[in-house]
Design a protein around this ligand. Structure first.
Ligand code: ZN
Length: 368
């Protein structure tokens, strides 16, 4: 069992807005600023890594001042960058890859000392991001709100006073950080299982099915299209929005760490199998956010045998699964294969079991 921990009561999201209308001189100032921030943050990362300092404490003043003097920063900016460097170093040691982090992206998190967000005075823009000094340049960045940002604001999300400023492929962007109270986890409603594959989309044990048209779209994408992943993500995101969460209390899905690479989906080529795994990870990510916003508990279950188990006669047989059909060789029960797997995930949710092997240990029928 996972250790129970109390979640903070605020949900956080971000919304990226590219400042495409920024004039070239302002864009150059921002890029120069980000360049210095990047180099100084990397300098701090190198120092903390060298010292193996993975603590959560604030950076010591001596170190902050070294960075300040070396890069000609204000103490306040040096402090903020050292803090980000510490977070980077700390999150790196939690990863499997234990090599020294190299900052690839040019981004900086700016607190209220450096930035203010105001409504834009005038018709053409929506927001004014004011960089107010303290080590950041003094500059007004006018912002067109995107549909995504507007939807979030209309849905009760608040703008945080902190934001992230960055540049990607020469384009300046702002990541607005959004906050909202987390709703209570529902106590009423049903438990559903969800199975997902490339061809049938997301199949739920309550009969819902979304995203089944995605496979056709993917088949027709041009082979080397640059934005293929962006396009697939966007379509999958649209599909997930169609899910009706209103009567769901708990959603059970396969635990991604046991979903083997290369075994999902019906596409035989390596590229497509990889895509399928990547897509599943993305789907879980988006689903988790939707569940959180709807007060639905998301439970991860061990996927072993869920595609071969018959819940009618409680027997397992590897011959039960054939392509996208499930047919029990013992009792003859038939179902669409993903629906059957989703149903078995629901069973695990209802039983409070992590996997069928665990569920079965209390019954007579064994596996394998
Ligand atoms: Zn059966």
């Amino acid at each position: 069992m996972k250790k129970a921990h109390r979640k903070p009561s605020v949900m956080r999201r971000s919304s990226r807005v590219y400042l495409n209308d920024l004039n070239t001189s302002k864009a150059a100032i921002v890029r120069d600023f980000l360049h210095v921030c990047h180099d100084a943050t990397q300098y701090f990362v190198d120092l903390f890594w060298q010292r193996q300092d993975f603590s959560a404490d604030l950076a010591d003043l001596e170190t902050v001042h070294r960075g300040r003097d070396r890069f000609g920063l204000t103490a306040r900016l040096a402090q903020a960058l050292a803090k980000q460097a510490k977070e980077t170093v700390r999150s790196q040691i939690e990863k499997a890859d234990k090599t020294k982090p190299q900052l690839r992206s040019w981004t900086v998190t700016l607190y209220y000392h450096f930035v203010e967000i105001e409504p834009f005075e005038g018709a053409y823009f929506d927001l004014a991001v004011q960089l107010i000094g303290s080590g950041a340049p003094r500059l007004t960045l006018p912002v067109h709100a995107t549909r995504h940002l507007n939807r979030k604001l209309a849905g009760g999300w608040r703008l945080s006073k902190t934001l992230r400023l960055g540049v990607r492929r020469g384009r300046v962007f702002v990541d607005f950080l959004l906050e909202k109270e987390r709703p209570q986890t529902k106590s009423e409603g049903r438990v559903v299982g969800m199975d997902n594959n490339y061809v049938t989309g997301l199949v739920f044990s309550d009969g819902q099915n979304v995203g089944q048209e995605l496979v056709q779209a993917i088949r027709h994408f041009p082979k080397r299209k640059k934005n293929t992943h962006v396009e697939i993500k966007s379509r999958m995101g649209q599909a997930i929005k169609l899910i009706d969460f209103s009567s769901i209390r708990v959603m059970c899905i396969e635990d991604l760490k046991y979903v083997k690479r290369g075994t999902r989906g019906t596409f035989s080529r390596t590229h497509n199998r990889r895509l399928s795994h990547w897509l599943y990870a993305y789907v879980v990510d988006v689903l988790a956010r939707h569940c959180e916003e709807h007060g639905v508990r998301l439970e991860r279950k061990h996927p072993a045998y869920t595609s071969q188990y018959c819940h009618i006669c409680n027997r397992w047989d590897r011959r039960n699964r054939s392509g996208d059909r499930f047919r029990c060789v013992h009792c003859g029960y038939t179902a669409q294969a993903d629906f059957n797997a989703a149903y078995n995930l629901e069973l695990l949710g209802l039983a409070g079991a992590y996997g069928l092997r665990w569920l079965q240990s209390s019954k007579q029928q064994g596996f394998g």
